[in-house]
Design a binder for this molecule. Structure first.
Ligand SMILES: [Zn+2]
Length: 331
């Protein structure tokens, strides 16, 4: 193999890793880390298994399993009505989903279970097969189509490189599990018995069909990866693997503005800590900053450090570059 070819292969491998790191909202896997410290970085990553021992009750019958800021663990919700209970996201792997299912059974005895996922990225719902016989799996057609179209590639790449070697076994036995039922269009309502829950989506935003789960009576909203807290938002623009058609930043901004208009008291982001309307306001401000910088500067200017300096406390700065790249190609 010629040296040039080797470099190309390395670049492709690194691209693949960074794409999937971005999709997963995981900790940074920078090129230099991969090349010089392989293993040592991986060794520092906590196991992304959902810990279901300490649910927090945000309102009567509305529970949160916090992600504890562990990469590849999503924030998970369990919403209990008189007749049914809704589980929001279930984790990357079977053990995570089993932990979530067991907890849902404890918190919602004798209720029918419904599982929904905020979007089709792996750590939010690849454990769904655990729920197949115990719950009705329900989300929107755009999410289902995205899972059917891209799920296998995502799973393969997680196996191939996103997970460090000592975590790869987490995907053993994982089968892509489509929903039992979907809704078309931008909204659906589920009556859990004395508690109404709304599922809302805007089409393609952070991914095709991202949906938020709204509890109008409690003014609680689960946002999935439309929102993170204290982290750079994940704009997974990595052509040719993920190109512009699977992301729509303008629609994403519309979704965030709509979330603010809903006036939620409590917002659960896809990853990290709970907050209020300041979470979508911060992400909208960030996108505005990026748009202005891109509009005012030369295509060749490296804006990453300027952006990082403005958001010095935010985690995962590796997501700045794909966001800038997406905007520069006209998004
Ligand atoms: Zn995501």
């Amino acid at each position: 193999m010629e040296p040039e070819t080797i470099r190309n292969v390395d670049r492709r491998t690194l691209l693949k890793l960074s794409v999937l790191t971005a999709i997963a909202g995981s900790a940074p896997l920078r090129a230099e880390t991969q090349q010089s410290e392989e293993g040592s970085f991986a060794a520092r990553r906590p196991m992304p298994t959902v810990d279901a021992r300490f649910p927090a009750e945000m309102a009567p019958g509305v529970f949160l399993l916090p992600d504890r800021r562990i990469p590849l663990v999503p924030n998970i919700g369990i919403i209990v009505g008189k007749e049914s209970a809704l589980v929001v996201d279930c984790g990357l792997d079977l053990e995570s989903a089993e932990n979530v299912l067991r907890l849902a059974r404890e918190l919602a005895p004798r209720r029918r279970l419904v599982l929904t996922v905020t979007h089709a990225h792996p750590e939010h719902g690849f454990g769904a097969q655990v729920f197949r016989n115990d719950a009705r799996i329900y989300y929107n057609t755009a999410q289902r189509d995205h899972l059917l179209r891209s799920g296998k590639a995502l799973l393969d790449c997680f196996r191939a490189g996103v997970l460090p070697p000592e975590q790869k076994h987490l995907l053993d036995g994982v089968e892509l599990t489509p929903p039992h039922e979907t809704y078309a269009g931008l909204q659906a309502t589920i009556d859990l018995g004395g508690r109404e829950v709304r599922l809302c989506n805007w089409g393609v935003a952070h991914s095709p069909g991202d949906q938020v789960v709204v509890l109008p009576q409690d003014r609680i909203l689960f946002a999935g990866d439309l929102l993170e807290e204290g982290m750079f938002p994940i704009v997974p623009f990595f052509p040719p693997m993920i190109d512009a058609e699977d992301i729509d930043l303008a629609r994403w901004e519309m979704a965030l503005a709509d979330i603010i208009r809903l006036q939620p008291r409590l917002i659960v982001p896809g990853h990290a800590n709970l907050g209020g309307p300041e979470l979508p306001e911060a992400v909208l401000g960030y996108f505005r900053t990026l748009r202005n910088l891109v509009a005012q500067s030369d295509r060749s200017a490296d804006l990453r450090s300027a952006v990082h300096a403005r958001y010095a406390t935010w985690e995962n700065p590796e997501f700045i570059a794909p966001a800038l790249q997406y905007l520069r190609q006209g998004g």
